[in-house]
Write a protein that binds this ligand. Structure first.
Ligand code: CP3
Length: 346
């Protein structure tokens, strides 16, 4: 049996439009909270292939999505490059020693040495592939170099991005040096994820909107395209999804050898379709907070279906699901996506 999600990524016709949710393996699921408690904390869970496999499969069984996304985090990459990652309760991720100089970048572990340290990720992928149903796909992922760099430079999440933007405008060479080093690791990391068995790649540029449109290509997009080119040359049949959050002003300039463009919730699907629909399959894009209301969920799913007509489309949220969404509402979203897009056969 083929995988409907992979077919949809490649623009083939499918019996219905497949759906998954960003952050689908996470805190809104009591079953996730139970496994995280057994593991001790979030990073232990990422480092434990058996438990990571278990939580990866939960949304398939519980909410009925068409694809699993590997349970891990984008920040394990800088962690294995030698930055000391921790998750402080209630405050999110922290790096104790942010990058401020050329010497700091030179000290980072690069290339294959860093990518080879992420063995727990590759082990998790192998376990998941053994247990995942034949007709479901496994999505592997990475952060885009820019999004990873924001954490490496700021040391934590930020509202203003002032430290990395100060570097962007006053020492762009240093920022490029960081981005280039991260790009090399990410290429090999994704290659190893593919070799371990993932079916599809997604690149998250969650903090794309922090860059002014005229600078976005220089500091982020071109590195993403470099990663996509590298992977496409070696693995032309593995679909690549790029999710750059919040860049409507850049839609006219989007280029590159990848398959699916992830549309965030602030970009109208009709606009994305007009600008990119001929070139790329589109994924998205319900505003995640619609999940608080079943009625609003149904309205939005119908509107998206109306725009996309079940062609060259994958349903998803326009960003991650939040921890306080009732599981029942997430199931409703998945069911509605399947209902509105099912092609009657008789
Ligand atoms: O279900 C999935 O999507 C797979 C797992 C996944 C996680 N993080 C698990 C996680 C994925 C794909 C990510 C990606 C990720 N991590 C991104 C890009 C995607 C996005 O949402 O924009 C970013 C920016 C991060 C960095 C990160 N990780 C932050 C800022 C935080 C803390 C904020 C938060 O949501 O709590 C994390 C922690 C994290 N990553 C959790 C999960 C399930 C919550 C940790 C917990 O269990 O307490």
């Amino acid at each position: 049996m083929g995988k409907i999600f992979v077919d949809a990524c490649l623009g083939k016709e499918t019996p219905y439009t497949p759906v998954w949710m960003m952050r689908q393996a996470g805190r809104y699921l009591p079953e996730y909270m139970a496994v995280r408690a057994e593991a001790g904390d979030f990073l232990n869970l990422c480092h434990n292939p058996k438990k990571a496999c278990e939580v990866t499969l939960q949304p398939i069984d519980i909410v009925g999505v068409d694809a699993a996304i590997l349970f891990s985090d984008i920040l394990v990459v800088p962690d294995e490059m030698g930055m000391d990652l921790s998750f402080v309760k209630g405050e999110g991720p922290k790096f104790s020693d942010p990058i401020t100089s050329d010497e700091d970048v030179e000290r980072l572990i690069g290339g294959d040495e860093a990518a080879s340290k992420l063995t727990y990720v590759y082990e998790a992928i192998k376990l998941i592939k053994k247990e995942l149903a034949e007709d479901k796909a496994l999505i592997g992922f990475t952060g885009a170099p820019w999004t990873l760099a924001t954490y490496m430079i700021e040391g934590q999440g930020t509202k203003t991005y002032n430290i990395c933007k100060k570097m962007m405008y006053s020492n762009p060479k240093l920022l490029h040096k960081i981005l280039a080093k991260v790009t090399e690791v990410v290429k090999l990391y994704m290659e190893k994820q593919i070799e371990a068995g993932i079916d599809v790649v997604q690149i998250f540029d969650s903090w794309a909107s922090a860059i002014e449109p005229g600078k976005y290509d220089e500091f982020s997009w071109r590195y993403i395209v470099e990663i996509a080119d590298y992977l496409k040359e070696k693995y032309p049949n593995i679909p690549i999804i790029i999710f750059p959050k919040g860049i409507p002003a850049f839609l006219d300039k989007v280029y590159g050898n990848f398959d699916v463009f992830g549309v965030d919730w602030s970009t109208p699907m009709s606009l994305a379709k007009e600008k990119l629909g001929d070139k790329y399959v589109l994924q998205g894009n319900m505003e995640p907070c619609r999940l608080y209301s079943k009625e609003e969920t149904t309205k939005c799913v119908e509107a998206i279906q109306n725009t996309m007509q079940g062609k060259r489309h994958i349903f998803n949220l326009g960003h991650g699901i939040l921890p306080d969404v009732p599981v029942e509402n997430a199931k409703h979203f998945i069911n509605e996506c399947h209902r509105v897009s099912s092609k009657a056969t008789n």
